[in-house]
Ligand binder design. Sequence first.
Ligand SMILES: [Zn+2]
Length: 253
Amino acid sequence: MIDSHCHLDIMGGEVDAAVAAARAAGVRRLVTVGVDLPTSRWQAQVAAGHPDVYAAVAIHPNEAADGVDEETFTEIAELAAAPKVRAVGETGLDYYRTPPERHAAQQDSFRRHIAIAKQAGRTLMIHDREAHEDTLRILVEEGAPERVVFHAFSGDEAMAKVCADAGYVMSFAGNVTFNNAQRLRDAAAVAPRDLLLVETDAPFLTPVPWRGRPNGPYLIPLTLRALATARGEDVDTLASAIAATSERMFGPW
Ligand SMILES: [Zn+2]
């Protein structure tokens, strides 16, 4: 299995220990994700030193709401070209945290990251929180990159169908295991099998029954099983499809 989205830096502790714990649980590959320039540099460096770790680099929409300077975009583009950096993200829109007067800056940053992903030939990793319509609209306006992943997918069944038609990959996190997440499980049930990924977003979104404790990539199996149950599917069949999609999104390992 793969954890397609975690934050090894925010988890704290030793990277080697997190990778070993994941591996012991059958989670052999990780994508660790930056949210600003220092953390993006950090992820790129860690990925360069660990064969089973890949990196994503970007300025998170919540950071971008204050505006992003040119030199920052230039460095994100440089980092995105590194061999072990396989995605530009997390970028996108977050209207939950951002007041309307700062949406323009966030949207501008999202457009710039889409351009960087296309230029570098990298997968675009999207953070979309309470901003589904504008996220989908901007992707169409800019022309989506060849490979797009909605990280911690939070849409409903209708949005899953829109993403499926566009060929966007939906990555489900531990919140799909939550009691009150039936709407999300309904979305997971209609997503095509070859457009699915699983992730932890560690240290956040810890799956049941460990909700409330820090998350780690080693907990991916709980989310995988919940996803398979929601879809009425065999775990191994789903795991094989997800492994294939992860290679398509992030390259051979
Ligand atoms: Zn994240």
